[in-house]
Design a binder for this molecule. Structure first.
Ligand SMILES: Nc1ncnc2c1ncn2[C@@H]1O[C@H](COP(=O)(O)OP(=O)(O)OP(=O)(O)O)[C@@H](O)[C@H]1O
Ligand SMILES: [Mg+2]
Length: 355
């Protein structure tokens, strides 16, 4: 899956533009603060119809502007467009010109995996970081996962609201939907973990990490059976009521990451954390590619500079071999490994110079 063109209007500091993207991709060079990540944010916006930095739509819109517009045409001609209007705070998504009132129906038409400097948090941060990553990835990979996740989140929220009112019977009314949707969420996650560990190890081996990595699911995996929920919920009912929250279920789970038999988070070096995080993004790419039977684009934001020369070179070769459209950013040409064979573009004060 490749983007043939991208239209940006009133996005951050970017000058309004219609960019024709080479099939292999580009390296975008430019000084700090001139708009490199902003372009990646625009390219990634039609993946989940939200900012890849987790920013609010208001922040994506140019200061003082009317909102923003991103239009992406795939190489097969499919057009995805999104307009956010600041006055009404509304988002309009169209696919080939037809309105798509539910954003969940628009997912999957454009797939890209972003490698960000902030990805270190996937390894160094708390469980919530890894759950968010897992949920976004599996939601894009499997529409059924997104459906189950949304039902589950709604059930947890409503159940917690009843618990905070100390209304046990109303809270218990959500136990059935909690069990059904929670078991479905867990089933998808466990199925994914069953093969993900091997793929992650293989990715890191390819990046030159000599120690073996392990990826395990941390949570009550017996809850994959809806029938197991009744007893688990009963055992926590007092605590749930006392604290006003649900203590059972996949919204509390984590992925345990290991390196050479020890906790990667506690014992790994910063460079190992960085490499492991890149490996997680490669795993995300492989997951989406397998589930959607198409090759997502790769958006790589200033990630090379933090790696030693050998890892840089291995990553560049790996990315090059994936046959994906590749958009890489770096402040200077010297920050890019020689093995990266894509056209060089430049950005200055938000204006992109092609070729
Ligand atoms: N909503 C906005 N409207 C206008 N300009 C904005 C908006 N949000 C951010 N900017 C500007 O965008 C610039 C940052 O762009 P960006 O994050 O793409 O930089 P970058 O080229 O990736 O830099 P670095 O190399 O430091 O990562 C800053 O000058 C900032 O003031
Ligand atoms: Mg940047």
């Amino acid at each position: 899956m490749r983007a043939a063109s991208l239209v940006v209007r009133s996005v951050r500091n970017l000058t309004d533009a219609e960019l024709v993207l080479p099939a292999r991709g580009i390296a975008l060079l430019g000084p700090n603060g001139h708009g490199k990540t902003n372009l990646l944010e625009a390219l990634a916006y039609p993946v989940l119809f939200r900012s890849l930095r987790g920013a609010r739509d208001r922040e994506v819109a140019r200061f003082g502007g009317p909102g923003f517009h991103v239009g992406l045409v795939r190489e097969d001609g499919l057009a995805i467009a999104v307009t956010w209007d600041a006055a009404g705070g509304r988002k309009r998504v169209t696919i080939d010109g037809a309105d798509c009132p539910r954003i969940t129906d628009a997912l999957g038409h454009w797939l890209a995996v972003a490698f960000l400097p902030t990805d270190l948090a996937l390894v160094q941060g708390g469980a919530a970081e890894r759950r968010r990553w897992l949920d976004r990835m599996l939601s894009l990979a499997h529409p059924a996962y997104l459906g189950a996740l949304l039902r589950y989140r709604a059930a947890v929220a409503q159940r917690n609201a009843a618990l905070r009112r100390h209304d046990g019977p109303s809270a218990a009314a959500f136990d059935g939907v909690l069990a059904a949707s929670g078991a479905a969420v867990l089933r998808h996650r466990l199925d994914w973990v069953a093969t993900a560990g091997g793929a992650w190890r293989e990715a890191l081996d390819g990046l030159g990490e000599p120690l073996p990595v392990e990826l395990r699911y941390r949570g009550a995996s017996e809850l994959v059976e809806p029938a197991a929920w009744e007893a688990a919920l009963a055992a926590q009912r007092e605590r749930d009521l006392a604290r006003g929250q649900t203590h059972v279920g996949p919204h509390r789970d984590d992925l345990a990451l290991g390196l050479g038999g020890h906790s990667l988070r506690r014992y790994g070096s910063t460079g190992q954390h960085r490499t492991a995080a890149i490996g997680l993004r490669l795993l995300e790419h492989a997951t989406l590619q397998a589930a959607r039977e198409t090759t997502p684009a790769l958006l790589v934001d200033d990630v090379f500079a933090e790696l030693d020369a050998a890892r840089q070179d291995r990553l560049a070769r790996r990315l090059g071999a994936m046959d994906a459209q590749l958009v890489v950013t770096a402040p200077r040409e010297a920050d890019l490994p020689d093995a990266l064979e894509v056209a060089r573009w430049h950005v200055r004060d938000g204006t992109i110079r092609q070729g």
